[in-house]
Write a protein that binds this ligand. Structure first.
Ligand code: VGL
Ligand code: ZN
Length: 199
């Protein structure tokens, strides 16, 4: 069993990020059993769920653009994705074999005009999701991150958590990357810079 201040944060293990899904990550489903096993060790577990309204501004279809192209948003550069994790659709549901009896399920990306890769802040880097306050009030200062995708939502969450003063470990074997234009290498370099541990 882990210490009482340790939490497992499971990022976006949802059907649309698994093989057959709208934004499938290669082998995304291969981490499910390992996450369920690791779960047993932790006194606290949080799941995050990417949860977009139809017509979300991160969808290429909302801009008449090609998926995986980029656009300028008021808050900066934004990659445009295939429509994915639309609220209430099967693609937005957790992988059917993932445990879901978490203490907290945090939904993110629900504002049409701004994306939210990180579990802590929207992509404007300023609007908090409330997760930091939740963890702090519960005395959970040490976080282990797993889930999808390594180089987007896991990485942005890890970097924000470190910036907020949490001790952060990414259990990389229980993540899978999208790896767009060197994004995985960039993520790993940023973790080293920010003091995010990789297990
Ligand atoms: C994610 C792209 C768009 C992720 C979510 O969970 O990593 N990536 N929305
Ligand atoms: Zn998304």
């Amino acid at each position: 069993m882990r210490a009482a201040d340790e939490a497992l944060i499971v990022i976006d293990v949802q059907n649309d990020f698994c093989p057959g899904g709208a934004l499938a990550v290669a082998d995304g489903d291969a981490i499910v059993e390992g996450i369920n096993r690791l779960w047993e060790e932790f006194p606290a577990v949080v799941l995050t769920q990417d949860w977009h309204p139809a017509g979300h501004s991160s969808f290429a279809s909302s801009h008449g653009a090609e998926p995986f192209s980029t656009t300028r948003m008021p808050y900066g550069e934004q990659t445009l994705w295939p429509d994915h994790c639309v609220q209430g659709t099967p693609g937005a549901a957790f992988h059917p074999r993932l445990r879901t009896d978490a203490d907290l399920i945090l939904r993110k990306g629900f504002r049409r005009e701004v994306d939210s890769y990180s579990a802590f802040f929207e992509n404007d880097r300023r609007t908090p999701t409330g997760l930091a306050g939740y963890l702090r009030e519960r005395g959970l200062g040490r976080l282990t991150l797993v889930g999808l995708a390594t180089d987007y939502c896991v990485s942005f969450s890890a970097l924000d958590a470190a910036r907020l003063g949490f001790a952060v470990t990414v259990q990389e074997r229980l993540t899978r990357p999208i790896d767009l234009d060197g994004s995985l290498a960039a993520a790993r370099a940023a973790w080293a810079e920010a003091g995010v541990r990789v297990a």
